[in-house]
Design a protein around this ligand. Structure first.
Ligand code: ADP
Length: 494
């Protein structure tokens, strides 16, 4: 029997990656190529859209050829991508009209401030589930239309296409035949009604963005169309899965049911909770977003993030020089029985959800002569868990849904102290998978469903658990620690 495979393309902010899975979702290989970030002015972040495309195709080809796989053996390709990053290109020539404007880019901040003052802003928030921020694609599209000479006229004539990175890649891989995005990516544009499930005409009119530019929105799994001959040898491979990176990670963590949540511990934390078929409006400044669209059904999620998580560990390493490497922190934290009443609130750039206080600043409290560097290291790790708890509590409050457990990934999820403390402080199980690249796995899962290899019900077994951390703390200890944290947050706010 010929072996069959699934290929995931993971186009991130700093790299393009390709991962090949067999039909049991064993990882057969990974290839990666860094991409260049361009900073033309303070607050501006761009990337070369051609480089995004070329590095992505290059790593995929390299992987297939290194593993000796014939592209005929690939059942389907799943695409996952850095979200919100905005590309406009000429429909005829395929040439981007400008660099990709990356999600981190702040050039439209003033514009967003203006919009926020407008009566229409509440409508945008309601329709899209988002807050008005330069982060999302909408105001980036507007900036391009307003700042590139003649672009709006061309766009009105239907000569210019808009896409997030998934759309750009698929358009290129399909030889310009497919101009599509999936529900999860569409829901990050600030232009899509997550309730009516269509591009919002009123918002497009408000921004003066022509509807002709917008891609068709499709389900996150499906037989969208095939790659053009020549991209992967002579065969055409089915493109069959799409999701934005965080939603793909939620899917890869098999958070298929209402109340399932995942947290990614990286520089910051990215948390998503599946809220089933209900788009809950947040009272704590969390985002309401589409997790995925599958089998005619939309699944929604609440999304929240912690600005400074692993970055606090980097700060201990690079600025305080308390540790040599991030991984030292686990052993150091286990050397003491507690943090001796020390709390570290790493509000380096203010506090996000659920506090939203941009004037707050970082603080280390509870210092006594008995405190040594180990307590401070431990308090830094604990701060990731406390902040995660604050966001999860807000999600539970907003939705009225209790989480049963938390699935985790990201660089800092390697830390056993952190995950044990996280389970303790939440009072629920925390589960770390063997393969922590949940984003690529999620794209692979979606592609497998799309190409008919399996059904969603079959997938749980392919997320192999590395370790489950069970809560091992009394309620009174938990309450005491959380009270201490809340007091520290109050001090940081002043
Ligand atoms: P990102 O994708 O945001 O760049 P990663 O998922 O690669 O981040 O994780 C890197 C972050 O995790 C860094 O901020 C680092 O300080 C932190 N980190 C990495 N390993 C550990 C560890 N063993 N314990 C605690 N923090 C860690």
């Amino acid at each position: 029997m010929i072996k069959k495979y699934i290929l995931a393309l993971d186009q991130g902010t700093t790299s393009s990656r390709a991962v090949l899975f067999d039909n049991e979702f064993n990882v057969l290989g990974i290839e990666q190529s860094e991409t260049t970030q361009i900073f033309p002015k303070p607050g501006w972040v761009e990337q070369d859209a051609t480089e995004i495309r070329e590095t992505q195709i290059f790593v995929a080809r390299k992987l297939i050829s290194r593993l000796g796989v014939d592209s005929k053996q690939i059942n389907g390709i799943g695409i996952t991508n850095q979200r919100e990053t905005t590309i406009l290109w000429d429909k005829k020539t395929g040439q981007p009209v400008y660099n990709a404007i990356v999600w981190q880019d702040k050039r439209t901040s003033d514009l967003c401030e203006q919009i926020n003052k407008d009566d229409f802003s509440e409508y945008i928030r309601k329709s899209t589930g988002l807050v008005i921020d330069s982060y999302f694609s909408g105001t980036k599209v507007l900036w391009l239309l307003d700042n590139i000479k003649g672009l709006r006229e061309k766009a009105e004539k239907g000569q210019i296409l808009f896409g997030t990175v998934d759309t750009w890649l698929i358009w290129n891989l399909s030889g310009g035949r497919l101009h599509i995005t999936d529900y999860s990516n569409a829901s990050r544009t600030l232009l899509y009604s997550i309730h009516d499930k269509c591009w919002d005409k009123e918002i497009l009119d408000y921004f003066n963005i022509p509807l002709q530019m917008m891609p068709e929105v499709v389900e996150s799994s499906g037989t969208y169309g095939k790659t053009e001959k020549g991209i992967f040898g002579n065969s055409e491979v089915m493109l069959s899965g799409i999701a934005g990176d965080q939603q793909a990670a939620l899917f890869g963590q098999t958070c298929f049911d209402e109340g399932d949540a995942k947290n990614t511990y990286g520089t910051g934390c990215f948390m998503l909770m599946n809220t089933g078929d209900k788009p809950f409006k947040s009272k704590s400044g969390l985002l309401t977003t589409i997790a995925w669209g599958l089998n005619g059904k939309i699944t929604y999620a609440l999304e929240g993030s912690v600005f400074i998580a692993g970055a606090a560990i980097q700060w201990l390493r690079d600025k305080l020089r308390l540790i040599e490497s991030a991984s030292d922190t686990e052993k150091i934290a286990f050397e003491v029985t507690d943090s001796a009443g020390v709390y570290f609130v790493p509000a380096f750039s203010g506090l996000g959800a659920p506090f939203w206080n941009m004037n707050a600043r970082g603080i280390i409290t509870g210092l006594t002569a008995g405190v040594d560097y180990r307590h401070i290291v431990r308090a830094a790790l604990e701060s990731m868990a406390f902040q995660t708890r604050d966001v999860l509590n807000a999600m539970q409050k907003d939705s009225g849904i209790e989480i049963g457990n938390l699935n985790v990934d990201g660089g800092a999820s390697a830390n056993n102290f952190l995950l044990q403390f996280q389970a303790d402080i939440l009072g629920v199980d925390v589960s770390r998978p063997e393969f922590v690249e949940s984003t690529a796995l999620g794209a692979g899962f979606l592609a497998a469903i799309g190409s008919g290899v399996c059904e969603i019900e079959d997938l749980k077994k392919f997320r192999k658990t590395d370790k489950v951390f069970h809560s091992n703390m009394s309620d009174s200890d938990r309450q005491g620690l959380c009270l201490g944290w809340t007091n520290a947050i109050d001090k940081a706010r002043k």
